[in-house]
Each structure stands twice: as structure tokens, then as C-alpha cells.
Design a protein around this ligand. Structure first.
Ligand SMILES: *Cc1c(COP(=O)(O)O)cnc(C)c1O
Length: 448
């Protein structure tokens, strides 16, 4: 007798609420988790995932949530994109690991070729593949130090670069990222960012850049600086788009002073902001780009791509790692790159921007708690304050996110003060689904 196994029904792109959020099975898993998982690892929404596809997440209780977070800008090509899962399955059947430093394989080379093609600038490029965004940033700093022979690293206020020891030093916010974890790596110096909502009224991007340069010249000295590392749009720091002119002015100064300009495009990269890379918006060509998050459709991969003479300044054996450029992750990256280009996901991000701003753009005028609606492409945010002030209102952001979750819409927060609601939908989200999610979000904000 042959057992009849029902094929799983495809996960439809629609919201379904079957139980309260979290449902009983998620609550039970939460109890197991507390006894097994470190308390230091927290989850935004304690709803345990059964399946995910496109822009929806199905939980273990049968609820289907609209995903406006993409696992922090990772599943931009859609969760479990069929091309990605097929490429990973095929690669797994061939081989899962050899270590590129022991016996290399074509997929790693092909990913580096693809990154050279799509990153800003037409100069000769090289890449190294790693496992995460933090590792990409660390390697960019290693490369810049080796190539320049200088020690210092400049970073911006409100920056987020990761959780390893060096990248904790580079990250601005103490709680929860740094508190109690020091001492931190040395030779990291912080300069002011451009934060149009909170800078003096009328401050231009060029003035904000000169403010940062003044601090760097006085407190560090340009001839000591290996790298200026910056996010083209501050990510965890609050989706802050710098005033026009900020990035080009810093880039010109760095070039003049022999400082390696490192764009941390870990969150902004891969079509997220309506261009393949956010540095493009102001025509800035960085020397090195740190990449991860959206690179491989959900598989862990990071990269540093940049000027050949910088990457090749490092001695043989100076870069690498056991899992860096794992073949499954490379197969997923190649499939994802094809989707980004074939389906013009940068254009999709611009359409999402138009749809979201069309719905929420006026909220800053209508709801006193909304200080600003901002962002680029499908990297959009609302900053919440106590009405009539610029005092950050973290509790309001948490209330809105919780209200959305109750209605089956996953919305993330961010910001130095935790008072920013951020939208990072998969770039393949259907506009009806997006609209439904925005209705829930808008209701929650209006009831503040
Ligand atoms: C997420 C992030 C990182 C760190 O990436 P991980 O893969 O979590 O190590 C670094 N920089 C930016 C801008 C990020 O958003």
C-alpha cells in the first residue's frame, strides 16, 4: 500500500488571522525557547514561522502575516523565491562545502564577477566573500589599513556596522549593542552625521560634511585615517537620508586626503533604495563597498567589493574564512542577482516608494506625533515624537508596531532613540497586499 501524502498547498499572498497573535503553538514554543535559547537574543515578534513566501509569513498556528520587514532587508527578492530555493537545492546535491581557501569552485568566482559588474564605478574591481555584514565591514577596514598603512577609522554618529568587537566600536548606539561588552577596538573615531530633522534649520549637506571634516581634521588628522566608513542612508540609526551634498563633499575630501571611502551598503544595497546601490543617488563612487543582507535571497553571505589595487594590496592568505563564500550561499546569490536585474526590482522599489508616500506622506502634517516621513525606494520610515517637540517617542513606535502585529502586519522599528517605524517590504510585494498593510499601519498611527 502506498501512503498518500497531500502536497502542501501553496502559500497565498494574503493575510489570514486564525488565532490571537501570538497563537497557542507560538506561546508553547516560547516556553521551550526560554529554557534553551540565550536571553540576550531577542525577537521583535514572538510568532514562530512555519513557512514564508513572497511577502507573507505563515506561523505555526496558521496565521499568515504581511511582511513589511523582509527579515531586515534580506528577502528583497521575496521569501523563498523559487529560483533561489531551486538553485540552493541543486547546489546542495552537487556539494555543500569544500572551503574556497582549500579547493575553489566556479560559483564564488561568478558571484565576484557579478558584484564587479553591478557595484558603482567602472574601474577594475576585486571581491572577497564572507558570512555576514559585520564581517564585510571588518574586512573593508583590514583592506583599507593594509593598503594605506594608516590606523584610524572614521565613522558617523548614529552609525550601525555590526556586533563583532571592531564593528561594535564602529556602531554608535550603546544600548543594546555595546553596553557591558567593552573594551572595544581602538582607533575608531566618530564624527557628526547629517540628520536633517535634527540639524540646525537650513543646514546644507555640504555644511554638515564640513562639520564632520572639521572634527576629523582636529581630533584625528587626515593623514592618520585609513578609512571613512559610512552608510549612505543611516539604517538602524533611523533611516536618515543625509542632506544633498553631504556624501559628495565627504567623498571629495576623502579622495583628496588619500582616505579609503567605504560605503556600508549592507542594508541599502541590492535595489532597496530604488537604485542597485544607494551611493548612486548622488553619483558617489566609493572605493570599497560592504555588502550582505539582500545579496543572496536569505542565505548568509557578505562581500567586500572595490578597487583592485586596494584589495590586491593584501598579502596572500590575509583574507578569507572557513565558510566565506559557501557554495549554497553563492548559488543563492547568483539566482538573486538574476532576479534583481530580470525583474527590475530597483524599479519595483521606486514604485513602492510612490505607493507608500502616496498613502502616508501627508501623515506628518495630519498627525502631530509624526515628525517626518522619509526614506528612499522601499526603505521608508516615520519618526515619532511627543507632539509639538522633537522629543523622541519610543513608546509610541512600540505601540504602533504592536498594534500592527495584532492585525497580522509585521512592522519593524529602528532609530537611535527607538522611535522610528521602518518599512522594508520585499520588493516583489503585490500592491494590494502592500495597501492592506499600509491601511493597518495608518489606522494604528492615526489612533496615537
Ligand atoms: C545589518 C547591518 C550590518 C551587520 O550585518 P550582519 O549581517 O548582521 O553582521 C552592518 N551594516 C549595516 C548598515 C547593517 O544594516
Amino acid at each position: 500500500m502506498t501512503a498518500v501524502v497531500a502536497a502542501p498547498s501553496p502559500l497565498e499572498q494574503r493575510r489570514v488571522l486564525r488565532t490571537p497573535i501570538p497563537g497557542p503553538r507560538s506561546v508553547a514554543l516560547g516556553a521551550r525557547r526560554s529554557a534553551a535559547v540565550a536571553a540576550g537574543v531577542s525577537s521583535t515578534l514572538p510568532v514562530y514561522v512555519q513557512r514564508a513566501a513572497g511577502a507573507v509569513i505563515e506561523d505555526v498556528d496558521g496565521n499568515v502575516l504581511i511582511d513589511l520587514g523582509s527579515g531586515i532587508a534580506v528577502t528583497s527578492v521575496g521569501a523563498s523565491a523559487p529560483e533561489v530555493t531551486a538553485a540552493v537545492a541543486a547546489q546542495a546535491a552537487d556539494f555543500t562545502h569544500t572551503c574556497f581557501m582549500i579547493s575553489p569552485y566556479e560559483e564564488y568566482v561568478a558571484v565576484c564577477e557579478g558584484l564587479a559588474r553591478i557595484t558603482p564605478g567602472t574601474h577594475d574591481k576585486r571581491s572577497v566573500l564572507v558570512n555576514s555584514g559585520a564581517e564585510a565591514v571588518e574586512n573593508a577596514v583590514k583592506i583599507a589599513r593594509r593598503a594605506t598603512g594608516r590606523p584610524a577609522v572614521l565613522v558617523l554618529d548614529h552609525a550601525y556596522h555590526g556586533r563583532t568587537n571592531l564593528t561594535m566600536a564602529m556602531t554608535a548606539r550603546a544600548m543594546p549593542y555595546k553596553t557591558g561588552f567593552g573594551p572595544f577596538a581602538g582607533e575608531v573615531y566618530r564624527v557628526p552625521a547629517s540628520y536633517p530633522l535634527r540639524d540646525p534649520a537650513g543646514m546644507t549637506g555640504e555644511q554638515a560634511a564640513l562639520r564632520a571634516i572639521d572634527v576629523a581634521e582636529r581630533q584625528v588628522g587626515a593623514d592618520q585615517v585609513a578609512a571613512l566608513v559610512l552608510e549612505p542612508i543611516l539604517g538602524e540609526g533611523g533611516f536618515v537620508v543625509p542632506a544633498p551634498g553631504f556624501l559628495p563633499t565627504l567623498a571629495a575630501w576623502a579622495a583628496d586626503r588619500g582616505i579609503v571611502l567605504v560605503a556600508d551598503e549592507v542594508q541599502t544595497g541590492f535595489a532597496r533604495t530604488g537604485d542597485m546601490f544607494a551611493m548612486h543617488h548622488e553619483g558617489v563612487v566609493p572605493d570599497l563597498v560592504a555588502l550582505a543582507k539582500g545579496i543572496a535571497g536569505g542565505l548568509p553571505l557578505g562581500a567586500v567589493t572595490g578597487r583592485a589595487e586596494l584589495l590586491d594590496a593584501v598579502h596572500a592568505g590575509g583574507l578569507g574564512g572557513t565558510f566565506g563564500g559557501n557554495p549554497l550561499a553563492c548559488a543563492a546569490a547568483l539566482a538573486s542577482l538574476e532576479i534583481y536585474e530580470r525583474d527590475d526590482l530597483a524599479g519595483a522599489a521606486r514604485a513602492i516608494e510612490a505607493a507608500v508616500l502616496g498613502r502616508l506622506g501627508a501623515l506628518a502634517d495630519e498627525v502631530p506625533a509624526v515628525a517626518q516621513v522619509r526614506g528612499r525606494g522601499a526603505m521608508l520610515a516615520l519618526e515619532l515624537v511627543l507632539p509639538g517637540t522633537l522629543e523622541p517617542d519610543r513608546a509610541a513606535a512600540q505601540r504602533v508596531a504592536a498594534a500592527c502585529a495584532q492585525q497580522g502586519v509585521l512592522v519593524l522599528t529602528c532609530g537611535t532613540w527607538g522611535n522610528v517605524l521602518r518599512l522594508l517590504p520585499p520588493l516583489v510585494i503585490g500592491h494590494n497586499l502592500l495597501d492592506e498593510g499600509l491601511t493597518v499601519l495608518e489606522d494604528a498611527i492615526r489612533s496615537l
